[in-house]
Design a protein. Structure first.
Ligand SMILES: Cc1cc2nc3c(=O)[nH]c(=O)nc-3n(C[C@H](O)[C@H](O)[C@H](O)COP(=O)(O)OP(=O)(O)OC[C@H]3O[C@@H](n4cnc5c(N)ncnc54)[C@H](O)[C@@H]3O)c2cc1C
Length: 404
């Protein structure tokens, strides 16, 4: 029998395997992944500086241990190049090693799970150092960023422990989390965003103002209504010069782009599988191809009104339902309410966002110390909430009164 095959060793891939093994201990599983297969919690990438954790310390379980515990055949450092959904095969390319050149192989699968994640959106920038912009969406990206900050200082600093200056493009969830974390790690941070305040797509304006003030109070320097236009440096080991659309210039040791993610759909799309904002899956996480499923940051869920949901809780729920389906019990995915915690210790924030485009309005509760908003839809049904600061303790209470 051909194995159950998973592409991608992120949270979605590994969690699906873990859930499947609870139901079926014998079916052979092959996990093919472009990275080394180590298991880590991606959310820890944006609070590592405050905790003084190195990239190595962020690995929760080495790939070899995962393989042994879950009885999986791992093909690490292996890129899936193409799928043939009619023949139920994939073509993979194993990286070259000291002993062997790169080689292509065809693998047959019985059922296939696409857990290929997403990739950072890049915008074209001018300047001779535009290629030095970094993004962080995996442990390897984080290692590169970590090395840049540990390198000999350029903005006036001289030793590897000195404070560095980072310009962050984007004041969304990831940009705000890194801003807070870098400040806690002793660095200087500028955040540049075309909107008028942070988290503009997620929070009511008054909540955004609170986050803005809290992060400014710990040292974040905001540049709203502007974008990064160009990045230059006169010569290596000199500071980067960042020119904004409003004409202002900043100097920094690093530029981090956090302007959003795009689902990895190229592989599925080339195989003729229906893709829109992500790989389109039905309530059983099946794609438009027979025996091919998808979940995680690469998926666009029918169970979420055709949305992508690039967060941990959707993956945990999707992996449980998918594992049952793969093990033979067709199980539709029903998402519960899944509030997201924004890791900004300067002002802890929890958001249960209403569906995009839902008609309604944010209403602020008159509570002591402020910090609670409910989104009421046109029929006055509570369809989302935001809590900040001490009010985050009311997460369970407001979850109970929010319609899913
Ligand atoms: C900095 C940061 C902080 C976050 N914090 C939070 C948080 O606090 N709370 C929260 O809910 N969510 C958070 N998220 C989001 C959450 O971490 C992600 O939704 C989740 O980790 C995505 O997992 P995934 O397995 O779908 O994708 P990924 O982790 O991206 O895994 C994709 C896998 O696919 C492999 N792959 C891709 N293409 C191929 C190919 N062609 N061949 C072989 N392998 C391939 C990759 O190598 C990788 O192993 C955060 C995200 C980031 C970036």
């Amino acid at each position: 029998m051909n194995p159950l095959t998973i592409i991608g060793a992120g949270l979605a891939g590994w969690t699906t395997i873990r859930e499947f093994r609870k139901l079926d201990t014998t079916t052979p599983i092959v996990l093919v992944t472009a990275d080394n297969g180590d298991f880590y919690a991606k959310p820890s990438l944006s609070n590592a500086f405050a905790q003084k954790r190195t990239p190595d310390q962020l690995v929760s379980t080495q790939a070899a241990k995962m393989v042994e515990t879950l009885n999986v055949s791992l093909m690490a450092h292996t890129q899936v190049l193409a799928l043939d959904t009619a023949a139920q095969t994939l073509t993979v390319r194993t990286s070259a090693t000291a002993d062997a050149p790169a080689s292509d192989t065809t693998l047959a699968y019985s059922q296939l799970v696409l857990a290929t994640g997403a990739q950072p959106i890049r915008v074209p920038l001018a300047g001779n150092a535009a290629d030095q912009v970094l993004s962080i969406n995996n442990l390897e990206d984080f290692s590169s960023f970590f090395s840049v900050l540990k390198a000999h200082g350029t903005c006036g600093s001289s030793s590897e422990n000195d404070s560095k200056t980072v310009v962050i493009m984007g004041a969304g969830l990831i940009g705000c989390e890194f801003a807070n974390d870098l400040i806690q790690g002793g660095h200087q941070v500028h955040v540049v965003d075309p909107m008028a305040q942070p988290l503009a797509a997620l929070l009511p304006a008054a909540a955004g103002t609170q986050v803005q003030a809290a992060l400014a109070a710990v040292g974040v320097q905001w540049h709203f209504g502007a974008t990064v236009q160009s990045i230059d440096n006169a010569e290596p080991s000199t500071p980067l010069r960042i020119t904004l659309s409003n004409g202002q210039t900043l100097q920094a040791d690093a530029v981090l782009s956090a302007i959003g993610l795009r689902a990895n759909t190229a592989l599925a799309s080339a195989a003729g599988i229906a893709c829109e904002r992500g790989i389109v899956v039905d309530a059983h996480l099946q794609t438009s191809a027979n025996a091919v499923f998808a979940l995680g940051d690469c998926a666009q869920y029918a169970s979420a009104g055709q949305r992508t949901l690039p967060y941990v809780m959707p993956i945990m729920n999707a992996a449980r339902a998918l594992a049952a389906t793969l093990a033979g019990t067709a199980t539709p995915l029903v998402f519960p309410l899944m509030p997201v915690t924004i890791k900004t210790p300067a002002l802890p924030t929890v958001v249960a966002a209403p569906a995009p485009g839902l008609a309604g309005e944010w209403q602020e509760e008159t509570v002591e110390a402020g910090g609670a908003w409910r989104f009421m839809n046109a029929a006055q049904v509570q369809s989302g909430f935001v809590l900040t600061g001490k009010q985050t303790a009311r997460r369970m209470e407001l979850s109970k009164t929010t319609a899913v």
